[in-house]
Unconditional design. Sequence first.
Length: 231
Amino acid sequence: MLTRRRTQFLERIKEIYQETGEPVHYITVAEALGVSKWTAYDILQELEKDGFLERKYVVNSNEKTPGRSMIMFVPTPLAAGEGNFAVDWQEARARLLETVGNLLPREAGRVARELLEEIPGKAHPVITCAYTLTVLLVYLKSLGEKALQLVRGALKNARRPEAGLLLATGTGLGLAANMGPQGSLAGQLAAYLNRLQEQIEALNGGEHKLLLEFLHEALERAIKKVESPVL
């Protein structure tokens, strides 16, 4: 999430990167903003986790430590357009996490249709992907905790963000087809999931990380809120 403080760090590292054209060391950012190097490193790691920065390992040419690799950062394409996207993403992320966290399984059909109706109005592919992933979780939540746990297990086996997203989507699609009733919602969801896989493959690395982090949080919220069965 882009807080005011993270935005300050992101803007500064973008300025330095534009001026030098070279990966930026966290100490350089710390000196520019008047903070400790550890504070700068922690915040740049957070920005990396959110998909706005990419880590680079650059061989140090300093005489004191020749040949040693240094951790540097560069802005991702996501950071280049973070202005409007950041606001839209934060609003969409908050709305979707609240939806999946508060949902009762019996409401799944209605909520899923409402989310699907909102997708055409979303311009950024990361946001449309997040909406589709949320619809998937909403649908799986109606099938019970077992379905959600299977998706969680699939994510743990992925070594890369893109692979995790594709694996989760494929697992969810299979569960929807095998465990759920075959109705209009299931058919509509399948069409959106097929499109989602194409969109995921077109995203960059930073966008994959951002979307995977969202999926992890949404999944945990969905699992915590599974309605207890009526005895």
